[in-house]
Design a protein around this ligand. Structure first.
Ligand SMILES: [Zn+2]
Length: 185
């Protein structure tokens, strides 16, 4: 839901406008959101985080890797540690609107992300996919994004069940840094 400035009528930037897909779960930490709140910067297209984040530096924008047509970023609302998103730079809503160059690079970035995650974290599996349209579960339906969710055999703990809360063992910024460091240049 976009909040409006009561005077200007334009969308108000908030941490919720950045980088991810809310899933109704609360997290035990919010330090990265504080960075955005304190920075007070107004991205050019604050209404679309996936258009705004490539304009930031990697650390600020939670960007892991940049390709020519697509880029990789941390999901601000991770289902699991190391939950990445692969987005085309172009503001397109669905996969059928992607060019063959974008499809190719989303695919190769996804492969590289799997290899890097596997190298950095010892994963047992992945969930990969695109939700298209709000009806299908896309949190930001206007800008195509592919989820890469690493899975561990022990990653289901009791917290989501009893408290709708996920305990994430590493902060987003730290995970971003370790994945970016391991990304092949
Ligand atoms: Zn966009």
């Amino acid at each position: 839901m976009t909040r409006r400035d009561p005077v200007e009528g334009g969308p108000v930037e908030s941490s919720d406008d950045f980088g991810g897909v809310p899933d109704g779960m609360q997290r035990l930490w919010t330090p990265h959101r504080m960075v955005y709140i304190e920075s007070g910067q107004e991205p050019e297209r604050a209404h679309c985080p996936f258009c705004a984040q490539p304009g930031m530096n990697d650390d600020e924008g939670l960007i892991v890797a940049r390709g020519e047509h697509a880029f990789v970023l941390m999901n601000l609302y991770p289902y699991n540690t190391g939950h990445l998103l692969v987005c085309p730079y172009r503001h397109i809503g669905t996969y059928d609107l992607a060019t063959s160059q974008e499809i190719l690079e989303i695919g190769t970035l996804t492969q590289t992300a799997m290899r890097v995650i596997t190298e950095v974290m010892r994963v047992d599996g992945f969930n990969i996919g695109m939700n298209q349209g709000r009806l299908a579960g896309a949190g930001i339906p206007d800008h195509l994004h592919q989820h890469i969710v690493p899975r561990w055999s022990l990653d289901s703990n009791f917290l989501p069940i009893i408290a709708k809360t996920k305990a994430l063992p590493q902060l987003l910024g730290e995970v971003r840094q370790s994945l970016a460091d391991a990304w092949p240049s």
